[in-house]
Write a protein that binds this ligand. Structure first.
Ligand code: 4AD
Ligand code: MG
Length: 428
């Protein structure tokens, strides 16, 4: 039975076998040092017996050789929490005959993305994926503890959720066009009537024509929806969820945060209460900072980031103009031109969550559908929800990759997802 490298601390002095890959090698003629990883951790294999079969094999190993290595676990002579393997046997699964394309020299992003299937093995990329795992798992854990039921939403859909300009369409047999889901929200709304509090988690698609550091064409979204929740309660859930995710990452992923050289103080500052500002007042702040005020417009990327940077913790920007948001948001009863919504912005980054209270009145919702130029017949099922036991309800969606990008302080969202899909990238 093989042992995981991460469990070496419990195996000091014992003879163990590990299975993994050799990602680096140094050899002095008398000693060979093999850097090995197995997915759980990394260790250094030390081969000293020059006359041994193991030494001969070690000399021949090339980068990324897959191996089974047997030896005795020992403490690292210099570092307290590090361990080594004093190797006495090596079995080779495959020894590459071609030079591994990702070497020590600096590679450009396009080269690395072309070789994403190999790049994923690197220490930094593995660290990002482990943090992504914690983020996703802790979201599910958070909702499970709070009595939510997971409802998986369909990906082929007959209508838009977030505006028609970013829809991907596919031919769907005799039904005509189907659209790839932009968000599972509308289906979550249907599910609250039987289950109260629900969420989904899955891939969504946006034909975003913009080439930015924050946009993917395929990304993972978690949509939550809650019956009998107004927008204030909605934001409270978002805050608690976000604090929980960051707590879990700090608890489980300190080694990965170190690999990424993440400033953890910024993460440790993520405690409630988050800041709140009205959209109108946000424009006033931006005007003070030298931006041309456009209080009835959405923010551009620069403005959004500048705004987010004015706060030391996440901030909810509330009550956007109805015209810049989706059709389903409920009008603010005190100002009909605005909606009961909030985007949550992260310092140094910008929007990570979009949420709102939903319009729950049949006639008003029908008017909104028409105002947005959408076809009533496409939304008849959604309108039905306002006919049979309609209730005040709210929800939100968080983009997993944007969150991971921020948690890891990555320069671009493309590193946060295993195989990024961008406007100009479909491979590997
Ligand atoms: O703000 P959005 O468009 O909201 C919705 O889709 C709602 N239906 C959610 C809901 O209320 N259930 O998207 C939600 C989040 C954004 O805040 C952002 O984090 C992420 O999804 N997002 C993207 N992430 C990567 N690439 C893109 N092109 C993204 N578009 C949105
Ligand atoms: Mg949004």
């Amino acid at each position: 039975m093989s042992v995981a490298i991460k469990d070496f601390k419990d195996n000091v002095g014992k003879s163990v076998t590990i299975q993994g890959w050799m990602f680096n090698k140094r050899s002095s003629g008398k000693v060979a040092f093999l850097e090995l990883r197995d997915g759980s951790g990394e260790t250094q294999g030390v081969v000293v017996q020059v006359s041994s079969e193991a030494f001969k094999i070690a000399q021949e190993l090339n980068l990324e050789a897959s191996v089974e290595v047997t030896g005795t676990v020992s403490r690292h002579p210099k570092f307290k929490d590090k361990f080594e393997l004093q190797v006495f046997a090596i079995k080779v699964f495959q020894n590459p005959t071609e030079e591994y394309p990702i070497g020590k020299k600096e590679h450009g992003p396009e080269f690395l993305l072309d070789n994403r299937h190999l790049w994923l093995r690197s220490r930094r990329q593995a660290a990002i994926q482990k943090i992504r795992h914690t983020a996703m798992y802790s979201i599910m854990d958070f909702f499970d503890k709070r009595g939510f039921t997971r409802i998986d939403a369909p990906i082929f859909t007959p209508n838009a959720c977030e505006g028609t300009t970013t829809l991907f369409s596919v031919d769907y047999f005799d039904e005509g066009k189907a659209y790839l889901s932009q968000s599972g929200q509308l289906y979550q709304e249907a599910a609250i009537f039987g289950l109260g509090k629900v969420y989904d988690f899955g891939p969504v698609f946006r034909a975003e024509k913009s080439k930015t550091r924050r946009h993917l064409t395929e990304f993972w979204m978690m949509d939550a929806e809650m019956a009998f929740h107004d927008q204030k309660m909605n934001m409270d859930v978002q805050e608690a969820m976000f604090v929980y995710i960051v707590e879990k990452v700090l608890e489980k992923n300190m080694p990965e945060l170190v690999v990424l050289e993440r400033n953890v103080e910024e993460l440790q500052r993520v405690k409630g209460p988050f800041h709140h500002i009205k959209h109108k007042d946000a424009w006033k702040k931006l005007a003070d900072a030298g931006f041309a005020p456009r209080e009835n417009d959405d923010f551009g990327a620069d403005e959004e980031i500048a705004l987010a940077n004015m706060f030391d913790r996440p901030v909810f920007v509330e009550n956007y103009p109805a015209g810049v948001k989706a059709f389903y948001m409920k009008r603010d009863p005190s100002d009909d031109s605005r909606v009961l919504c909030a985007d949550m912005l992260l310092p140094g980054y910008g929007e990570v969550i979009g949420g709102s209270q939903r319009e729950d009145d049949y006639n008003i919702l029908l008017g909104c559908i028409k105002d947005h130029g959408l076809k009533e017949s496409d939304f008849s099922w959604y309108l039905d929800l306002r006919k049979y036991g309609s209730v005040p309800h709210s929800g939100f969606g968080i983009g997993l990759e944007r969150m991971v990008t921020w948690l890891c302080a990555l320069p671009h969202v493309r590193e946060s997802i295993p195989f990024p899909r961008l406007i100009n990238r479909l491979r590997p």
